[in-house]
Design a protein around this ligand. Structure first.
Ligand code: FAD
Ligand code: DHB
Length: 389
């Protein structure tokens, strides 16, 4: 099998890249280890930056997003028994849209297949060869060993993929931070009690109130890193959510049947550079952010927007300028998001309980960001996404 650009992974990064390349008349094949059903129902992020929404709309993927996405112009920070609204749109002129990652993925798959694109599901990539001149993706498909020959390989296969580990030792540098906590995420059939997201700082830990639709709530609780989901029956989850969120007068949570729950560890990670020979890396395959800043999916889309243009230029006139600059350009946005995500995480979570100095600093930061328009604008412009970094 042969194509121009071989893409590993049918998450937001891989699918969007395939879509962008198609619009430039460039052929690609997406190799995905999981089934279509699995990737379309994998519950993950929910917040799209303005730039991501613009990208989806401008490339013909905005129809359902415009109908079903929830445009939000502010967020609430809740702490010390007080609510404070950060008016993101008032401060920046931009907004975010709440629309589940699995909905974005469904829209992209539908668009690729309608355009005659090739996505091979249940096709795990096993190894790469020929990256210095004539790349080959070796993969399993329908119980057979297969090869995809291509001009370039783009690894969009997430943190556990095979792309990044295919680069020889000593080439890449890893920058990493782990946190001693995780997020327990719940999807519930309960109408959200709020119009905007609530990020709550509480002495028992962080809580986040989000949503997917007027009928479905999405909620998160900070829990210890090694927590077992089996220790969290639904009633315990609701009790903890009430404790951390019902801290302001006349405000109650709407409860409903729990549809899904899981625990995700938090980490920060960047691997540099994002390219080696004819292998380019994008999205979670090369960088991970803790979810507090809602940046993961947005970064994945921003990476492949750069790659789409870079390949278009190369195939148009052989110019390597954009391809050569890809890693350097992408890493500027990656590190901006790293700093913001780390900052939001540090401000909102329960950190070291034995360090009262740290707790006082957190309170000072929260008080400052909710009283100073200058500091609030910094939060807002990062949250809605900076157009240029
Ligand atoms: P992915 O979406 O991970 O896609 C990678 C794809 O590659 C997958 O479909 C995988 O099956 C496939 N793959 C892997 N290995 C192979 C192989 N060998 N061969 C072929 N295919 C392969 N971000 C937020 O902002 N908020 C959140 O609440 C949030 N929650 C998250 C929860 C979880 C459990 C995880 C893992 C991530 C979460 N994120 C969240 C981050 C966000 O979802 C990611 O940043 C986003 O999915 C990145 O997109 P991607 O396309 O780079 O990678
Ligand atoms: C959601 C996830 C996030 O990580 C976040 O910061 C805000 C919202 C969500 O899943 O809705």
């Amino acid at each position: 099998m042969r194509t121009q650009v071989g893409i590993i992974g049918a998450g937001p990064a891989g699918l969007m890249l395939s879509h962008l390349l198609h619009r430039h008349g460039i052929d690609s094949v997406v190799i995905e280890s999981r089934s279509r059903e699995y990737v379309e129902h994998r519950l993950r992020a929910g917040v799209l930056e303005q730039g991501s929404v613009d990208l989806l709309r401008d490339t013909g993927l905005g129809a359902r997003l415009d109908r079903e996405g929830l445009r939000h112009e502010g967020i609430e920070l809740r702490f010390d028994g007080e609510s404070h609204r950060v008016p993101m749109t008032g401060l920046t002129g931009r907004a975010i849209t709440v629309y589940g990652q699995q909905e974005v993925v469904k829209d992209m798959i539908a668009a690729r297949l309608a355009a005659g694109g090739t996505i091979l599901f249940e096709a795990p990539a096993e190894r790469l060869s020929g990256l210095d001149s004539a790349p080959v993706i070796h993969f399993r498909y329908q119980n057979r060993d297969e090869e995809l020959h291509c001009d370039f390989v783009v690894g969009c296969d997430g943190y556990h993929g095979i792309s990044r580990p295919s680069v020889p030792d000593g080439v890449l540098t890893t920058y990493e931070r782990t946190y001693p906590f995780a997020w327990l995420g719940v999807l519930a059939a309960a109408p959200p009690a709020v119009d905007e997201l609530i990020y709550a700082h509480h002495e028992r830990g962080f809580a986040l109130y989000s949503m997917r639709s007027p009928q479905i709530s999405r909620l998160y609780l900070q829990v210890p890193a090694d927590e077992d989901i089996a220790d969290w029956p639904d009633e315990r989850i609701w009790a903890e959510l009430r404790t951390r969120l019902e801290t302001v007068p006349d405000w109650t949570l709407n409860e409903g049947p729990v549809l899904e729950k899981s625990i995700t560890p938090l980490r920060s990670l960047v691997v540099e550079p994002m390219q080696w020979q004819r292998l380019y890396l994008a999205g979670d395959a090369v960088h991970i952010v803790p979810p507090t800043g809602a940046k993961g999916m947005n970064l994945a889309l921003a990476d492949v927007a750069l790659l789409g243009d870079a390949f278009a230029t190369w195939y148009a006139d052989g110019s390597t300028d954009l391809l050569d600059g890809y890693s350097r350009t992408a890493l500027r946005r990656v590190w901006r998001a790293q700093q913001f995500s780390w900052w939001m995480t540090s401000m909102l979570h329960r950190l070291n309980a034995d360090d009262p100095y740290e707790a006082k600093l957190q309170s000072a930061t929260l008080r400052y960001v909710t009283t100073s328009p200058a500091y609030a604008t910094s939060l807002a412009e990062n949250y809605v996404g900076l157009p240029e970094v």
